[in-house]
Design a protein around this ligand. Structure first.
Ligand code: OXD
Ligand code: MN
Length: 581
């Protein structure tokens, strides 16, 4: 590299001086550099080599036991005006946040190497991609960022061409949960993260940049940054249609992104193509359709529950070149987690001899990191600089009651209401209680970089630019029966619901209209080949009393975002309430 952007070198020099880093290393993303970092971490014990016969180039990282999930209560959005961060975010004044973080970062890299990690979110030559640079003292972060983003020299070249980038400053600090903060300065396009090495807190390209900062950028530039998988569905005629689907963390996005069609569908020629499992950047196109790119280049998936039957594609990509975080290991040093198979692990996620009285062997939020290209269903459209046209947007939640298996919104505006009012039970992906129903608009509760009222308004405005908007649906794979069991088989069988969604998009099937949206008619979801027919009446029931309560709870929830809730959302809610009576 012959020249470097002055604002970048200056920022790196200042950060290195302030943190008193011993060395500064500019990452080029090469294999040789990656190998050196892996060797270093094998020496320090940050990584453990897994069984080389069964899992070549696979490593295990055991994080600090107090550093295993995103910390939403320590995550801040620091806008000049607190109202701009909204009630959906923790807010701190930018000056106060800078003073706090400056204090924490002072001298924190003494004796450590500071790595400069240039990365590009999105295909390197896409006009929709955005770049960033993460400064970190964690080699684990560097090797993960290399899998998760386009990292290294190509990204640096693009940054120098663009002349702009998002600044991310990260240190694992001393991992003291009392000295842990993840702060965002959307107006400065910068992020500072201290005291955690965990993915969502430390891999700054992911949640911090590609969702919180990008959602803010997207608002000013007229697009959407969303917590959505992107998948291509090929029908037996060979036509591929693309869907984007938002689900809260740990609700099966990775499984849906790479699902294997059930046998009768496979035999008929259906195929599923994976473009992304977590984040979509959506842009209105010249032709009035909505186009999606995946800003990421890898998966940071939840391991527990991943098995040959639930997600064979994921399992196939975990045999080579994967990094595992907080899983258990078997006697012969293979990675293991609950739900994988019936072997008994030897060591749990903390490296202790496995003892069921200590709880699960793998941490419930244990993860794997792999490159997207390792996925057998990888679609090369993930590299398309223009993105792929989206036919349907799906909002999903984890709800034992009420929310039907699938429901279609009447139109874009109603769809924005459906997304804004989404609710789901909490999971282990974030620190805190698991299984509590909370509103999680567009699955963005932890990731929206600005006031949700403004965000819903922005969604409505993007819709106005689309002459052919995607149809919007809500799904719920997680309805339970009276004994607490799941009613719908889920996983690959979700394609049966997707087929109905695609038929609806093309106007090929009629549906039952209710005040809360369209439901499938009797027999409209193909159940052929299922060993046991699920109770479709229970899955598709329209419970008037339940919905009446739900609409009044939605109204209560929207109250929190006044006076910024768009009028048309009130209108949509009033219409549904009037129709229910
Ligand atoms: C993730 C999350 O890691 O949503 O994708 O927590
Ligand atoms: Mn996620």
């Amino acid at each position: 590299m012959t020249f470097r952007l002055a604002s970048l070198t200056k920022w790196v020099e200042q950060a290195a001086a302030h943190a008193r880093a011993d060395h500064v290393h500019w990452c080029d993303g090469s294999d040789a550099e990656n190998q050196r970092l892996i060797d270093l971490m094998l020496e320090t014990g940050d990584l453990v080599r897994l069984n080389e016969q069964t899992h070549p180039d696979c490593y295990l990282h055991r994080s600090d036991p107090d550093d295993v999930a995103r910390v939403e209560h320590l995550t801040y959005v620091c806008t000049e005006d607190p109202h701009d961060a909204g009630p959906n975010n923790n807010w701190m004044a930018p000056d106060e946040a800078h003073a706090l973080m400056d204090d924490l970062f002072a001298g924190c890299m003494e004796g450590r190497t500071l790595y400069v990690v240039p990365y590009c979110m999105g295909p390197i030559d896409s006009p929709f991609s955005r770049c960033g640079v993460e400064i970190t003292d964690s080699p684990y972060v560097v090797v993960n960022m290399r899998l998760m983003t386009r990292m290294g020299s190509d990204a640096l070249e693009r940054i120098e061409r663009d002349g702009s980038f998002v600044k991310g400053l990260h240190s694992t600090g001393d991992l003291d949960p009392e000295r842990r903060f993840i702060v965002h300065f959307p107006e400065e396009l910068s992020i500072q993260s201290f005291g955690s090495g965990y993915g969502g807190n430390a891999l700054l390209g992911k949640k911090c940049h590609a969702l919180r900062i990008a959602s803010h950028q997207a608002r000013t530039e007229g697009w959407l940054a969303e917590h959505m998988l992107i998948v291509g569905i090929e029908n037996p005629a060979g036509e591929v249609r693309y869907l984007a689907a938002a689900f809260p963390s740990a609700c099966g996005k990775t499984n849906m992104a790479m699902l294997i069609p059930p046998e009768p569908y496979r035999e008929a020629g259906w195929k599923v193509w994976t473009l992304g499992d977590d984040i979509a950047w959506l842009h209105p196109g010249q032709d009035g359709r909505l186009y999606a790119i995946n800003p990421e280049a890898g998966f940071f998936g939840v391991a527990p529950g991943t098995s040959r039957s639930t997600n064979p594609n994921a399992l196939a990509m975990l045999n080579k070149g994967a990094i595992f975080t907080n899983v258990a290991v078997t006697e012969d040093n293979q990675p293991w987690w609950e739900g994988l198979d019936d072997r008994v692990p030897a060591l749990d996620w903390r490296g202790r001899k496995y003892d069921p009285s200590n709880g699960p062997a793998a941490h419930p939020n244990s993860r794997f990191t792999t490159s997207m290209q390792a996925c057998p269903s990888y679609s090369d459209q993930a590299e398309n600089p223009d993105g792929v046209p989206i036919d349907a947007i799906i909002f999903g939640g984890r709800r034992a009651q009420l929310a039907p298996l699938v429901l279609q919104a009447r139109d874009w505006e109603h769809g924005v209401l459906v997304g804004a009012a989404m609710a789901s039970e909490t999971t282990a992906a974030a620190a805190g209680q698991v299984g509590v129903v909370r509103r999680d608009p567009m699955a963005m509760k932890p990731f929206g970089g600005y006031h949700f009222g403004d965000y819903w308004q922005h969604w409505l405005e993007v819709g106005q630019q689309l002459t052919h908007p995607p149809a919007i649906f809500q799904v719920n794979w997680f309805r339970r029966d009276d004994e607490g069991g799941f009613i719908w088989p889920g996983f690959g069988d979700n394609l049966r619901v997707v087929e109905w969604i695609l038929d609806r998009c093309r106007g090929q099937v009629s549906a039952v209209e209710t005040p809360v949206g369209f439901l499938p008619e009797d027999g409209a979801i193909d159940l052929s080949g299922l060993k046991r027919a699920p109770d479709m009446n229970a899955l598709l029931a329209y419970d008037v009393d339940g919905w009446r309560r739900e609409l009044s709870e939605m109204a209560g929830f929207f109250q929190e975002f006044e006076p910024r809730v768009p009028e048309s959302l009130h209108g949509q809610l009033a219409r549904a309430s009037a129709e229910i009576g």
